[in-house]
Design a binder for this molecule. Structure first.
Ligand SMILES: *Cc1c(COP(=O)(O)O)cnc(C)c1O
Length: 222
């Protein structure tokens, strides 16, 4: 087995273990392999090992890597997990299957308009700034319910879940529990949370999607 395949097997094993420990079905948790900064050859290694769901945080980088891979693996699912500028909405709707970073009215409106034009509707998540960090993207917790309602009722986006990136220096469990609660309250089935350092905690607290980069690909730029 390749290093990539070994790491993948280990992450999947840990996800399954965390799910079972929490009385959850391991199949209810999707691993999003975050391939940002890593080349198409590394992505292909995981594809060959059976991984099909990938995450990228920049539209341009994903455009350079994924069209060829998607042509070769038609069931590949690509998630946008980074900030989306409105001037990149056309490219994002064309390439991504899921957009996890919807966080403002202007973006919701631009996505709705482009989805209608392109007749393509990637599933959307609202990104929540659970730590209320000024520099971080995402809707503030107190504004989530109103923004979700607007995405659904005004913009008619195909909204399926919530996503968060907790503050690095804080206990993630509190943020994960909050996100799960907000998703349930809003009738949203999907909860994207947990990265290499804390995905098992996220699974125990209800994550349906964990976004794991380093634990699968090794350190970025190294
Ligand atoms: C890079 C990134 C990840 C993966 O982080 P790792 O610590 O490498 O697992 C997850 N989510 C987002 C939004 C990211 O930008």
């Amino acid at each position: 087995m390749s290093d990539g395949a070994d790491r993948l097997a280990e992450v999947r094993r840990r996800i399954a273990e965390a799910a079972r420990a929490a009385g959850r079905d391991p199949a209810a948790v999707t691993l999003v392999a975050v391939s940002k900064t890593h080349g198409a050859d590394r992505v292909r290694e995981l594809l060959d090992a059976g991984q099909r769901v990938f995450g990228e945080n920049r539209v341009q980088e994903a455009e350079a890597k994924f069209p060829a891979l998607k042509a070769q693996y038609p069931d590949l699912m690509l998630h946008l997990i980074g900030p989306l500028q409105t001037n990149k909405v056309r490219e994002a709707v064309a390439l991504f299957d899921v957009i996890e970073s919807v966080d403002r009215e202007k973006l919701a409106a631009a996505l709705a308009k482009e989805m209608a034009r392109a007749a393509r509707r990637p599933a959307c998540y609202v990104q929540v700034n659970t730590g209320e960090e000024p520099q971080k993207a995402g809707v503030l917790p107190g504004e989530v319910d109103a923004f979700v309602a607007s995405c659904r009722d005004v913009h008619k986006l195909p909204l399926v879940g919530l996503m968060c990136i907790p503050p690095v220096e804080e206990e993630p469990a509190l943020h994960f529990a909050l996100l799960t609660k907000m998703a349930a309250r809003n009738g949203l089935a999907q909860v994207s949370m947990g990265m290499s350092a804390d995905y098992e905690i996220a699974v125990r607290l209800g994550a349906t999607h964990v976004r794991v980069g380093t634990a699968l690909f090794g350190h970025r730029g190294g």
